[in-house]
Design a binder for this molecule. Structure first.
Ligand SMILES: *Cc1c(COP(=O)(O)O)cnc(C)c1O
Length: 386
């Protein structure tokens, strides 16, 4: 394929890959766990054993690397496997910064497991650059982890500003860009060293697999360490999942564009709604992160938003849970980034210590008709007892 193509063309043709043997335009599914050694004891194919590497990964990794503008990409068995690998590549005693508002499972793992390996984990408000500057310990801080927009308040972090601060202190910057996707933000362009996606979400987009991916700015010793971690700890994706992911990537641009348009419309519709306390969405000028998001994101502000439901005598929490109970088109489920729209009462999922207010419903906007989505939320809000 020509170089310098628009991301939509890269995605649609999955980089134009064709099987050399059969001329098939979609790849076969490689299932082999092992590869023949040559008679002279060499492995000229470059492949030995499928826990370390697998031709099934090549196409998806190449497409994601191209979309992110990175040097290399690496698939993992889940988003969590990809994210935790980055922290596992650090040394005991290293200091890391992570956001106060972030994907809940990773926050839990950092506080309850990473600390047992003597990582010094410090949670900071990543939207507050003075707080980030104050928390950095030059020489000791080895990694700054950010997520933008961040679950479940859709807080925006200025990647370029945090990259400059992190690098100034000798730390790497890694960005969980799951919600932005490479179409809306390319963190490496803004100075990030590593990009992580839960490929489970938008990259695959069909709620039918669990996968993760890391992309690196440079093929450096840290990246080689990450390769060893995947091969040795074995958080390796299955061949069929890698194939499904390549299939899903081909429509990424259409799904993300539709989700962004609908999320923006839904946010604007409910922003001043009498049954809604607040709408959290970076596409609204009233949201704190809007100005940075406008600079950092292009083509839309993502398909994720949250609404805070107004309560009557029984309070906002009861009204939010009742609203979720009343939806007919939206699905009451966790996760995000699929073709079907999802609604979830986040405080119930996250429990004690959550930054999610009790009246908050997290919405993952799918690709249904936006009018149908708005009408369903309208009826669900009205049917909630107050
Ligand atoms: C889902 C998700 C993860 C974890 O990915 P899994 O594939 O579920 O392990 C990490 N970060 C964000 C923002 C997510 O939405």
């Amino acid at each position: 394929m020509p170089t310098d193509l628009h991301p939509d063309s890269i995605a649609a043709q999955a980089l134009g890959w064709v099987d050399e043997t059969t001329r098939a335009v979609t790849p076969p599914i490689h299932l082999s766990s092992t590869y023949l050694r040559d008679p002279d004891n060499q492995y000229r194919s470059g492949r030995i054993y499928a826990r370390a590497d697998n031709p099934a990964f090549d196409q998806a990794e190449a497409v994601i690397r191209a979309l992110e503008g990175g040097a290399q990409a690496m698939l993992f068995a889940s988003g969590m496997a990809a994210a935790t690998a980055v922290f596992q590549a650090l040394a005991p005693g290293d200091h890391v910064l992570a956001p106060k508002v972030m994907y809940w499972s990773l926050r839990n793992w950092l506080l309850n497991f990473a600390t047992h390996w003597r990582l010094q984990v410090e949670l900071v408000d990543m939207a507050d650059l003075d707080a980030v500057r104050a928390a950095l310990r030059p020489g000791a801080t080895k990694l700054v982890w950010v997520e933008t927009p961040a679950n479940p308040l859709w807080t925006i972090t200025d990647i370029a500003a945090v990259a400059q601060l992190a690098h100034g202190a000798g730390a790497k910057l890694a960005v969980d860009s799951t919600v932005a996707t490479p179409l809306l933000t390319r963190p490496i362009e803004h100075g990030a060293d590593l990009v992580m996606h839960a490929a489970t979400k938008y990259l695959n987009g069909h709620s039918d697999l669990i996968a993760g991916v890391l992309v690196t700015r440079a093929d450096d010793p840290f990246w080689q360490r990450l390769r060893s971690i995947r091969a040795q700890l074995g958080g390796t994706l299955g061949s069929f999942e890698a194939w499904l992911l390549t299939r899903g990537l081909r429509t990424l641009h259409l799904r993300v564009q539709r989700a962004c348009e609908s999320a923006q419309r839904i946010a604007e519709h409910f922003e001043h709604h009498p049954l809604v306390e607040a709408v959290l969405y970076p596409g609204l000028p009233a949201c704190a992160g809007h100005a940075v998001a406008k600079r950092q994101m292009r083509g839309g502000f993502g398909g994720m938003l949250s609404i805070r439901v107004k309560g009557g005598d029984q309070g906002g929490e009861a009204a939010a849970i009742a609203t979720a109970a009343n939806v007919k088109l939206w699905n009451r489920a966790t996760s995000l980034g699929g073709t079907e729209s999802l609604v979830e009462h986040r405080a119930s999922v996250e429990g004690a210590g959550t930054p999610a207010p009790p009246d908050l419903l997290r919405l993952s906007v799918g690709i249904e008709d936006c009018g149908d989505l708005i009408a369903d939320l309208e009826q669900a809000l009205r049917a909630a007892p107050r």
